[in-house]
Design a protein around this ligand. Structure first.
Ligand SMILES: *[C@@H]1O[C@H](CO)[C@@H](O)[C@H](O)[C@H]1NC(C)=O
Ligand SMILES: *[C@@H]1O[C@H](CO)[C@@H](O)[C@H](O)[C@H]1NC(C)=O
Ligand SMILES: *[C@@H]1O[C@H](CO)[C@@H](O)[C@H](O)[C@H]1NC(C)=O
Ligand SMILES: *[C@@H]1O[C@H](CO)[C@@H](O)[C@H](O)[C@H]1NC(C)=O
Length: 504
């Protein structure tokens, strides 16, 4: 009996060790699961020994060996389980004894698609298989919308369906089942699968159209019936819309053209206006310029006048009331009673040579001295020489020679300038220098600065300087002197030389 027991024990021991010999088996083909439904990922031991004491691990090969489900030490240990599988995995505890280590995956998601490893480990050995899970999602029934009217008169029909996985096939069919779909279907990947869209243009009235979305053995279909009424209303509406938009476009164009033209006109107007303004301003500028020039001229002439006036007034400050001394006058000169005028002419009943005053007279030169004598300071007088063909004016030393043919020059004690032989001259040194005058002086001013040794002649009208004797030494009393030439003839002008008395 003991022997039998030992033998049994040995046999059991042997069977135990042989029982540990196992392989893991599973499906060869990929598994297909429908989204939202449950799926069992098959995995079992061969032979069908118990897996209760083994470690059963399911993990995703394609997701860095992430844990999907772990059974170990007789219980589920899912602390490291992937978040997306939480609460959705289960091994069949009852089936484990029969070596069935399949995994139940509840409420399949699209993201569950992938490669799963079923890894079984006993105390002595381990084995595994890979399960390829494909997930498919059946989307919503297609939705057909009438999407507008074609220019050619067709109606746009759009079919759309979403929530498909993987990408489904969309077809449009007419009432006879003929495929109408042409071109590519618009497909978009979304979190809950693919959204597909396709639009066709139909021309037949009173007909039926189907939109069919297919995925393997799943299919969803929607139909639409287009009535001619709908077609017409659409057409009318579209025609109205088209006409409206055409009219709108035309109106818009007209408005644009109008605005453009108006703007152009405005622009042209503006340009003309600007040009006008510019011309006006130019005109104004020219006018201003003219005015400025006029002003300048005026101020200039004023200044000139002012200068003339100021020079005149400056000189006239030294004006003296010159009267002519008849006693010094040549016998052929007639001096007026007030001593202000002298002219050629023979006096009737002239006093003869015996006259005691005759020694003072000029006997050849038709000269006469002024009464006033000067030995210092400045003096000035003016003489009117209008209409005279011969005249000489200036100053003379009181002591200067008066008899015979005297030269009226500084050497002889005469500082004079005037008109002789048709030429304007000044006596210089022992001769005469010609003077070039732009005007014929009508009135001549004589200015004497005794200390400076200066005798200057001016045309009073313009206050132009005619001539100056400078740096002269007078050294004696000076008198104004005037001459009407040196030869008396009956033809000689009877016009008088006048000492001006209107200077103040
Ligand atoms: C194991 O499989 C055999 C035949 O394949 C069967 O007869 C037996 O009942 C199975 N054992 C269990 C525990 O299911
Ligand atoms: C394992 O158990 C499950 C659940 O009972 C069953 O659907 C499946 O067919 C079993 N697999 C095998 C290989 O027995
Ligand atoms: C100039 O002198 C004369 C004679 O002495 C005199 O009659 C006359 O009033 C004086 N003229 C002036 C402006 O002083
Ligand atoms: C005086 O004038 C007359 C005519 O104008 C002329 O014929 C005559 O020669 C002149 N006499 C003298 C001296 O100039």
């Amino acid at each position: 009996m003991e022997f039998i027991c030992v033998t049994l024990m040995i046999i059991i021991g042997i069977t135990d060790s042989t029982a540990d010999q196992f392989a893991v088996v599973g499906p060869v083909d990929p598994l297909l699961a429908v989204s939202g439904e449950d799926v069992i990922l098959p995995c079992s031991l061969k032979p069908n020994i118990s897996a209760v004491n083994m470690r059963v691990e399911w993990f995703r090969l394609d997701l860095k060996d992430s844990v999907v489900h772990l059974y170990e030490d007789h219980e589920d240990k899912n602390t490291n389980q992937l978040q997306s599988y939480r609460g959705r995995t289960e091994v069949f505890k009852d089936e484990l004894q029969k070596g069935n280590t399949s995994l139940k995956l509840s409420r399949v998601q699209i993201s569950d698609e992938g490669l799963y490893k079923c890894f079984i480990q006993s105390k002595t050995r381990s084995d595994d298989i890979t399960v390829d899970l494909n997930v498919e999602a059946v989307g919503s029934p297609p939705l057909i919308t009438v999407d507008g009217f074609d220019v050619s008169g067709g109606l746009h029909l759009q079919c759309e369906s979403k929530g498909w996985y993987p990408e489904p096939e969309l077809v449009w069919l007419d009432s006879e089942g003929v495929t109408l779909t042409s071109g590519t279907t618009d497909a978009q990947r979304e979190t809950d699968g693919f959204r597909v869209k396709h639009m066709i243009t139909v021309y037949n009235r009173d007909s039926k159209y189907h939109c069919r979305v297919k995925l393997r053995h799943h299919m969803k279909e929607t139909e639409i019936i287009i009535s001619s009424k709908m077609f017409n209303s659409w057409r009318i509406l579209m025609i109205l819309i088209s006409v409206g938009s055409v009219l709108g476009v035309i109106a818009g164009l007209l408005i644009v053209v109008f605005i453009y033209k108006y703007k152009g006109l405005q622009k042209k107007n503006q340009i003309l206006k600007n040009e006008g303004q510019r011309l006006k301003s130019e005109d104004q500028r020219v006018k201003n310029e003219e005015r400025k020039i006029k002003n300048e001229r005026q101020t200039f002439s004023l200044r000139e006048k002012g200068t003339v006036e100021s020079v005149k007034s400056l000189l006239r400050k030294y004006a003296v009331n010159v009267t002519l001394d008849p006693d010094s006058a040549h016998p052929d000169l007639i001096v007026s009673d007030d001593g202000k005028q002298v002219r050629c002419g023979q006096q009737s009943g002239t006093v003869k040579d015996e006259d005691q005053k005759s020694n003072n007279k000029f006997d050849r030169e038709l000269c006469v001295l002024g009464n006033e004598g000067f030995t210092s300071g400045c003096f000035y007088y003016e003489v009117q020489v209008k209409k005279l063909s011969r005249w000489f004016v200036g100053v003379a030393r009181e002591s200067a020679e008066r008899k015979g043919w005297i030269s009226l020059n500084p050497v002889s004690g005469y500082w004079m300038a005037g008109l002789r032989g048709g030429k304007y001259q000044a006596s210089e040194g022992s001769s005469y220098v010609p003077l070039s005058l732009s005007v014929k002086p009508q009135r001549v001013g004589v200015f004497v600065d005794y200390e400076e040794g200066r005798v200057s002649f001016y045309d009073v009208e313009s206050m132009c300087h005619i001539y100056s004797f400078t740096e002269q030494s007078f050294n004696a009393k000076l008198h104004p002197v005037v001459s009407l030439g040196y030869v008396y003839s009956k033809n000689s002008s009877k016009a008088p030389l006048i000492i001006c008395s209107d200077l103040s």
